[in-house]
Design a protein around this ligand. Structure first.
Ligand SMILES: C[S@@+](CC[C@H](N)C(=O)[O-])C[C@H]1O[C@@H](n2cnc3c(N)ncnc32)[C@H](O)[C@@H]1O
Ligand SMILES: [Zn+2]
Length: 366
C-alpha cells in the first residue's frame, strides 16, 4: 500500500492491520513515528548550512532516507533485510530522488564511512550501534530508543547491562529514561575524544528521541563528562537531590521524611536541549508535514522547559498532600510568585519542572 508522508508517496507493506508496525509481517513502517520523522526533517532543514550528507542507518522502508533526500541531502541508507533494501531503493526512485541503499550491517558501514548526520532508529536499544555512529557522524547524531522500560528502571537489570548506569523507576520515568540514554551517549562519544551535546530531546509515546551536536576534542569531551552524576530520590515524599560527580556519595536517608532513598546514575545532569536550536527546528518543520501543528506545539513546550534533570507530577504531589490540584497555569504562577523558576514539561499535562524542592513547592502553593 502507499502512504503519504511529508508530501511524498511511500510504499509500505500492507498487513491485516493496515501499515506494518513491526509486527513481523514484512518490512517495518510505523505511522505513529511520523511526528519523530517530521521533527527530524525540521532538524535537517535547520542545520543544512553546516551539513550535506545524511545516513539513515536502519532504513526499513527507506522513509527517512526519502524525506532527507527530499530536504536536499546527499543520502545513504543501510539495512540487513534484503526486502527492506529493495523497498527503500524503490521508494527513492519512485519519488525521483537519489540515494545509496546498502545491504549491510549499519555498524560495519559506519566504521568505514563518514556522514555529517547519522540517524540511528533500531528496534529497541541503540547501544550496539553507538560506538560506530560516533566514529561516523561528523556533526550530528540522532538517536531513537524504544526500550523505555530498561531506560527508566522498570526492567532494572537490562537497563544496567545496556547502559552502564543504574536507572531507577521514579515517577519522573520519562526524564530518567532520557538521562540514562544521554549518559551512555555522552560517555560513548568521550571514548573517542568527542563532546556530544544534546540540542533537542523528546520522549513521546513509547520512545526516546535525541539529537546531539558533536565536537572533536579531548577537553570538550571532558567538559561533557563533568555533567554526569548521581541522583538521590525518596519514593515516599518525592524529595530528590543531584550532584555532578563520577564518584557516588549517596544519601542513605531522606532528610525530609527519613525514608531510605534510591540512587540513580551516572545520568546526564546537563541540559537536554538548546532552546535557540529548538526554536530554529520549530520554524523549519515544513508546513505540509502531517504532524506540523503537533510537532510545533511539542517543540514550543520543549524550548520553554527548564534544564532541571527531574520533573514532578502535580497530581501525585497533591494526592500526597490530600488536596485538590489547581489548573497548571495557576499552579506555575504561584511557584513563580514565590520566587522559583517553573515550567511545564512535554511529558504530559500534569508534569512540571522547578528549581524548588518539594517542601518549598508546598510552601509556595498551599
Ligand atoms: C525500527 S526499523 C527502522 C524504521 C525506519 N527508520 C522508519 O523510520 O520507519 C529497524 C530496521 O533496522 C534493521 N536492522 C536491524 N539490524 C540492523 C543492522 N545491524 N544494520 C542495519 N539495519 C539493521 C531492521 O531490518 C529494520 O528494518
Ligand atoms: Zn522523603
Amino acid at each position: 500500500m502507499q502512504v503519504e508522508e511529508g508530501g511524498l508517496s511511500i510504499e509500505v507493506p500492507e498487513t491485516r492491520h493496515g501499515a506494518s508496525e513491526g509486527s513481523g509481517e514484512g518490512v517495518f513502517y510505523n505511522p505513529v513515528q511520523e511526528l519523530n520523522r517530521d521533527i527530524t526533517v525540521g532538524v535537517l532543514r535547520a542545520v543544512d548550512d553546516e551539513c550535506d550528507t545524511y545516513l539513515d542507518a536502519m532504513t526499513a522502508s527507506g522513509v527517512r532516507a526519502v524525506r532527507a533526500a527530499d530536504a536536499g541531502y546527499d543520502v545513504a541508507a543501510c539495512d540487513v533485510d534484503p526486502d527492506a533494501v529493495d523497498l527503500a531503493r524503490r521508494n527513492l526512485e519512485s519519488n525521483g530522488l537519489d540515494g545509496e541503499v546498502h545491504h549491510r550491517d549499519a555498524s560495519a558501514h559506519m566504521h568505514e564511512h563518514g556522514h555529517d548526520v547519522v540517524d540511528l532508529d533500531p528496534f529497541g536499544t541503540p547501544v550496539p550501534y553507538v560506538d560506530a555512529a560516533v566514529r561516523s557522524a561528523g556533526r550530528y547524531l540522532c538517536v531513537t530508543a524504544t526500550d523505555t522500560a530498561p531506560l527508566c528502571g522498570a526492567h532494572f537489570e537490562s537497563g544496567v547491562r545496556h547502559y552502564g548506569a543504574v536507572p531507577r523507576n521514579t515517577e519522573f520515568h520519562a526524564e530518567m529514561g532520557l538521562r540514562v540514554l544521554l549518559s551512555a551517549l555522552v560517555r560513548a562519544a568521550a571514548r573517542y575524544d568527542v563532546a556530544a551535546r544534546p540540542v533537542l530531546s523528546h520522549v513521546s509515546s513509547h520512545y526516546v528521541r535525541t539529537y546531539l551536536r558533536l565536537e572533536s576534542g579531548a577537553r570538550a569531551a571532558d567538559g561533557q563528562l563533568d555533567r554526569l552524576g548521581y541522583l538521590d530520590h525518596c519514593q515516599r515524599c518525592l524529595w530528590r537531590r543531584h550532584e555532578a560527580t563520577l564518584i557516588a556519595d549517596p544519601v542513605e536517608e531522606c532528610p525530609h521524611c527519613g525514608q531510605s532513598t534510591w540512587t540513580a546514575g551516572p545520568i546526564w545532569l546537563g541540559p537536554a536541549h538548546d532552546a535557540a536550536f529548538v526554536e530554529r527546528v520549530r520554524e523549519a518543520v515544513p508546513d505540509g508535514a502531517g504532524t506540523a501543528a503537533e510537532s510545533r506545539d511539542l517543540l514550543s513546550t520543549v524550548a520553554a522547559e527548564l534544564d532541571e534533570p527531574t520533573h514532578y507530577d502535580q497530581h501525585r504531589l497533591y494526592k500526597r498532600w490530600g488536596e485538590p490540584s489547581p489548573a497548571m497555569a495557576e499552579f506555575l504562577d504561584a511557584l513563580r510568585a514565590a520566587g522559583h523558576d517553573a515550567s511545564r514539561t512535554h511529558y504530559g499535562g500534569t508534569t512540571f519542572k522547578t528549581d524548588a524542592g518539594v517542601a518549598a513547592i508546598r510552601d509556595a502553593v498551599l
